[in-house]
Ligand binder design. Structure first.
Ligand code: ADP
Length: 399
């Protein structure tokens, strides 16, 4: 079969990230993003295989105009041979347990899930509808952040609140970052020579958003995010777990509205809130090295909470074949990896300092001390997983 090219789109409310992947190349033919869409400073940034970055101002461009501006670049990069489009969709509710071809039913089901992801799913839908209008004859696929976690058992996904909130309002734990956890879980099996269908992993996706996942035989058994991506770990600007009574406490004592509390916990907390400086781990590491007390504390809280989450997920595993670090922080911060694993000595996890220092900037490998359980650094590649899902669905629909 001829080499096929897949365009991967990730549409946010004012941004459109894209990557053009080819079966013949390990790196994207074209990648970039349009940002500040629908405003006067809308801009398209892109880079090609040679990694030369380019940009074009698109004042006032909306998602459709951005995609239209992207078309000639895509055509040029893949010689006109585009075979499908894969869309990242944040929330698939309980309806989507795997990726699927987009048709009228899929669109209606994604629309039904909007109440569960009121910020993300409308933007994802906008991207899909725009792409369908511009490429009506091209097969398009939706890949859901939540789908991988639909294999969680009920005791892991239910909250201890009355059942009617689950039955009537879908209030349960869904989990996110599923595409990344699935990708690195499969890569871990490949790298270690184990079977994806017979191996057990803990994975920590640590980017601006952070989550952990217990993967058993290629399936998610539990994860740290919940109904929304706020639950669980300390993140860039998200608090992660707090006492649920914090909401009523702030409302009562400060007179705050739900909108204000939402903003506090989602946008002003996490590493940013604790440090008072930045949500960016690189900045915090620099300030820690200069002795900044709050930056140091932010990193310590981040690592301790991460270790606690990983330790808790041992409950979901029959055995452990390895723990995986991924995402911008997981792939690049020996400090965070070492400080996290230092809390898990009782579970037998120990880092090898030299190996840990080596695994940065896209270098994958094992960082555990000899004779101790595997600790792996594996760069994630959600775009590639979305392209692989798209190709698989093209094949199955053709057969
Ligand atoms: P997103 O969730 O937006 O995809 P990324 O996966 O790119 O985010 O991760 C962003 C995080 O990775 C930021 O906190 C950034 O500081 C951190 N990061 C990137 N490079 C390094 C590095 N060399 N050392 C420490 N942290 C890093």
């Amino acid at each position: 079969m001829a080499t096929r090219n897949i365009l991967v789109l990730n549409c946010g409310s004012s941004s459109l990230k894209f990557a053009l992947l080819s079966q013949a190349h390990s790196t994207p033919l074209l990648a970039g993003q349009a940002e500040r869409l629908a405003g006067p400073q809308a801009t398209l940034h892109w880079w090609q295989a040679a990694n030369i970055r380019q940009r074009r101002e698109l004042p006032g461009a909306d998602h459709r105009a951005a995609l239209q501006a992207l078309l000639p670049l895509v055509e040029a990069a893949c010689g006109g041979g585009l075979h499908g489009i894969g869309h990242r969709v944040v929330h698939g509710g309980e309806q989507f347990t795997q990726s699927c071809l987009i048709d009228a039913r899929t669109l209606a089901a994604i629309r039904e899930t909007v109440p569960l992801a009121p910020l993300h799913n409308p933007a994802n839908l906008l991207g899909i509808e725009t792409a369908l209008a511009l490429f009506p004859d091209l097969p398009q696929v939706a890949v859901f952040d939540t789908a991988f976690h639909q294999s969680m058992p009920e005791h892991a996904y239910r909250y201890a609140i009355p059942e009617r909130f689950y039955r009537e309002h879908g209030v349960r734990r869904y989990g996110f970052h599923g595409t990344s956890h699935r990708y690195v879980g499969r890569r871990a099996a490949e790298i270690t020579g184990l079977s994806p269908g017979d191996s057990c992993w803990l994975s920590a996706h640590l980017g601006n958003g952070c989550s952990t996942c217990a993967i058993v035989d290629g399936q998610s058994r539990d994860t740290s995010m919940g109904l929304t991506p706020l639950e669980g770990l300390v993140m860039g600007t998200r608090s992660g777990d707090v006492d649920p009574n914090l909401h009523s406490h702030l409302a009562r004592t400060l007179g705050w509205s739900l909108t204000e509390i939402d903003h506090l916990l989602n946008s002003e907390s996490g590493l940013l809130g604790l440090s008072g400086l930045s949500n960016d781990m690189r900045n915090l590491e620099q300030e820690r090295a200069r002795g900044h007390r709050q930056a140091t504390l932010a990193i310590e809280v981040f690592c301790y909470r991460l270790a606690k989450s990983l330790a808790a997920l041992f409950c979901a595993l029959p055995r452990l074949d390895g723990a995986i670090f991924t995402g911008g922080i997981g792939e690049n911060s020996p400090l965070v990896r070492a400080r996290t694993v230092a809390h898990m000595g009782l579970l037998g996890l120990v880092v090898d300092e030299t190996a840990n220092a080596r695994c940065v900037g896209g270098v994958s490998g094992a960082i555990n001390a000899p004779g101790h359980p595997r600790l792996l650094v594996i760069p994630t590649n959600e775009e590639q997983q979305i392209a692989l899902d798209t190709l698989a669905l093209l094949d199955s629909s053709a057969s």
